[in-house]
Ligand binder design. Structure first.
Ligand code: NDP
Ligand code: 8X3
Length: 256
């Protein structure tokens, strides 16, 4: 049951995070929605209110900025301060270049967002969960946390790190009633490739023409499913792939 619970979703302005916001709102949750693009969050909040009567609290937040994350999450209004569910979703890839040819700025952005950003948010939220002895952390990992591919070494390293953090956190929280889950999708059609290719829409579009990818809603349903298991059940890791993708390198070129 997530009805009436407070769910914080990072990277809620687009893609998987936005779909999670809709899926949790549909279940009656109250939502703290965080991302850098406030106008997109405002648009989403209006839609969630209209469609589901959902209450939202919006945070214009860059998860890379440790100080801002601490300040924003440390000064939530009392009615929003007790986070029941944290969905660590904010993340991105930059470039698909060989390690020795890639722009180090891209490395930094991926590591700062996908690894350090997830840590800053987790550190701000989890102590409250431990103090209340309840809560659920869902980390959005990736098939890239299980395998690597050419040009993806740093992105894959960040998602391997998310998997390690998920496993370590689960051990650290053993003995509390705080649950920890990693939801690790294969290819999902979002702005992910547009961001990876620095706004090259034609190149990004090619990625999703090979076979029917997952939809953000598929991932959101899986997240909600994990969170709504009975309290004694912890889904530690869920690997969710398109039917036509068996591994990063093994897909069936069915077309769309
Ligand atoms: P999108 O580009 O559609 O969405 C990414 C979201 O992350 C946006 O809402 C963006 O918001 C937010 N974000 C990015 N950087 C920051 C930041 N510094 N601070 C706060 N928010 C940030 O991509 P997806 O929905 O696909 O990606 C979501 C997650 O899913 C990522 O962790 C990604 O690695 C993972 N994933 C994606 C897969 C895919 O194939 N698409 C597969 C497996 C995992 P804003 O720009 O407004 O800040
Ligand atoms: C995104 C999936 O395969 O592009 O995490 O790395 S992949």
């Amino acid at each position: 049951m997530v009805s009436g619970q407070t769910v914080l979703i990072t990277g809620a302005s687009r893609g998987i995070g936005k779909a999670c916001a809709r899926a949790f709102a549909k279940e009656g949750a109250r939502l703290v929605l965080a991302a850098r693009r406030l106008p997109l969050l405002q648009e989403l909040a209006a839609a969630l209110r209209a469609d589901f009567g959902a209450e939202t609290h919006l945070l214009e937040l860059d998860v890379r900025d440790r100080g801002s994350v601490g300040a924003a999450l440390g000064s939530l209004p009392t009615a929003w301060a007790a986070i029941d569910v944290l969905v660590n979703n904010a993340g991105l890839s930059r470039g698909l270049d060989k390690l020795h040819e890639a722009d180090p700025v891209d490395y930094e952005e991926m590591i700062d967002t996908n690894v350090k950003g997830l840590l800053w948010v987790s550190q701000a939220v989890i102590p409250g969960m431990v103090a209340r002895d309840r809560g659920h952390v869902v980390n959005i990992g990736s098939i890239a946390g299980h395998q690597t591919y050419a040009g993806g070494s740093v992105y894959c390293a960040t998602k391997h790190a998310v998997r390690a953090i998920n496993q370590g956190l689960r051990l650290d929280l053993l003995g509390t009633r705080v649950r920890v889950t990693s939801v690790d999708p294969g290819m999902v059609e979002t702005d992910f490739s547009l961001v990876r290719f620095h706004g090259d829409r034609a190149r990004a579009g090619q990625v999703y023409r090979q076979f029917p990818p997952l939809r953000p809603e598929d991932v959101a349903e899986a997240v909600v499913w994990c969170v709504t298991r009975p309290a004694h059940v912890n889904v530690q890791q869920l690997l969710l792939m398109p039917t036509d993708q068996a591994a990063v390198y093994a897909s069936h070129p069915r077309g769309r």
